[in-house]
Design a protein. Structure first.
Length: 464
């Protein structure tokens, strides 16, 4: 039994000590490795790569490659992380920071590749991404010679932009903004309570795992930015307050609307994009009754709960880049909504009673799968901008003719085989986008010159 236990422990130790595979992107493809890596999930946005990760990989490269040797070269790296957050594979590719493609790279490229493939692994073997624990993921990192990872800082007297000043500043009463973005923080420094007149606390792109703020000590704080940290559902704690108006929790590890939202009595804007909001339910929106601006961009939402109707004060609803196939009819209960953004989903239709949202001025619904519009959409008298580009319209939606106050209409990249003659019946329009449709060919200006001329005679700017 002891022998078995010893063997298991030795095997576990061996596996944990296994070094990452470092290989050039082209070599990986020729060896068929790229197919194996498809099970690693890429979040889809390079900006989601944590600052600390970028810094760690840059530091590893600089340990084996002199900056002088890199000249104007850049290295694009893809990190494939296992469920423990450690690097299984690092695929790299050299690029010219000035000219681009690898074909223009210097002759010593092979020797640089040998150095990276042969020497980099030990310097990244201890790397762990806490954001990636629990699932396989992929991140991209760009390293260029001469690049600096230090963000540009403001020099205003009322702004502090480094941790040292937070700790030593003597004139604390005049400070209104603390900006510690990309400062490699793992916790919020206690010293922030030295600034009772603080209005903005910007802590984006750090590695903060828990927030526990006593806002009675920061009575004027209006904006709290925690974008790009490692906050989970039960690690966000804010005391009751009447000051915070904007709470940015994008790109963390949340699964639902945090329970602390109701504690912020004057809160107007909640940004939760780039979290996996798998726990979103009817109950979630009870916490958002006072909210005017809700951002759920890239939140992995497949179904929008009917409880969305509870946001009676909502004015801006951002559902960009989700996986919605339908919007619930309850969304039409949002009487104060002015901006509806549902682009980059899988919608085949808008709600049939959409006209109940009488105050909507802007609808962004491009990049969906719609081929028709609800009959009652023409009754939306306050609608000014309607973007239906990159959908599946083949026939011109007759409902568009009913609009009298529309100023901008985008029908780009749909499937109109001929010029939509009904466009000429639209009463008022400032800008019309129709580029990317099948009827537009090399001779389209000659073929449809009369129609385009009629549109322009109405002072409509046409983009085709």
């Amino acid at each position: 039994m002891r022998i078995l236990i010893t063997f298991v422990l030795a095997l576990a130790s061996l596996l944990s000590a296994a070094q990452p595979v470092v290989i050039g992107s082209r070599e990986a493809e020729s060896q068929g490795l790229t197919k194996k890596l498809q099970e690693y999930k890429f979040p889809g946005d390079v900006t989601e790569t944590p600052y600390s990760t970028q810094l760690a990989i840059q530091s590893a490269y600089y340990k084996i490659l002199d900056k002088e040797k890199l000249h104007n070269l850049g290295i694009v790296s893809q990190l494939y992380l296992n469920q423990h957050g450690k690097i299984d594979y690092l695929l790299y590719n050299f690029s010219d920071a000035r000219m681009g493609p690898e074909a223009k790279l210097p002759l010593n490229l092979d020797s640089l590749k040998q150095i990276v493939s042969g020497q980099l692994a030990p310097f990244i073997s201890d790397f762990v991404s806490k954001r990636g624990i629990g699932h396989k993921s992929m991140l991209r990192v760009f390293v260029f010679s001469g690049m600096t990872m230090t963000p540009t800082r403001s020099k205003k007297d009322s702004v502090i932009t480094n941790l040292e000043d937070v700790l030593t500043n003597r004139d604390s009463l005049k400070i209104k903004t603390i900006n510690l973005e990309r400062s490699l923080l793992t916790a919020i420094p206690e010293a922030i309570y030295r600034f009772p007149n603080l209005e903005k606390l910007l802590l984006a792109h750090n590695d903060i795992e828990e927030v526990n703020l006593d806002l009675s000590r920061l009575p004027k704080l209006q904006q709290l930015d925690l974008d790009g940290n490692i906050l989970t559902q039960d690690k966000v704690h804010l005391s009751k307050n009447k000051s915070i108006k904007l709470l940015n929790l994008q790109n963390n590890m949340l699964t639902d609307v945090p329970d602390v939202v109701p504690n912020c009595k004057k809160l107007e804007s909640v940004w939760l994009g780039r979290n996996n909001m798998s726990g979103l339910s009817n109950k979630s929106f009870t916490k958002l009754k006072r909210i005017k601006d809700l951002n759920l961009y890239k939140a992995e939402i497949t179904v929008l709960p009917k409880g969305v109707r509870r946001m009676r004060k909502i004015q801006v609803l951002d559902l960009y880049h989700n996986k919605l196939e339908v919007l619930p009819q309850s969304v039409t209960r949002l009487k104060r909504l002015t901006h509806l953004a549902v682009s980059h989903n899988q919608l085949t239709a808008l709600p049939s009673k959409i006209d109940k949202m009488k105050n909507v001025q802007i609808i962004y619904a491009h990049h969906n799968r719609m081929s028709k519009l609800p009959e009652r959409i023409g009754k939306m008298k306050n609608l000014r901008i309607l973007d239906l580009g990159f959908n599946w319209f083949t026939n011109f939606p007759p409902e568009l003719v009913a609009f009298g106050n529309l100023s901008e209409l985008d029908l780009s990249s749909n499937n109109f085989p001929e010029f939509p003659e009904q466009l000429l019946k639209i009463k008022q329009l400032d800008k019309l986008y129709i580029r990317g449709n099948p009827f537009l060919q090399a001779d389209s200006e000659k073929k449809y010159g009369q129609q385009l001329g009629l549109l322009k005679s109405k002072n409509i700017e046409v983009f085709y």
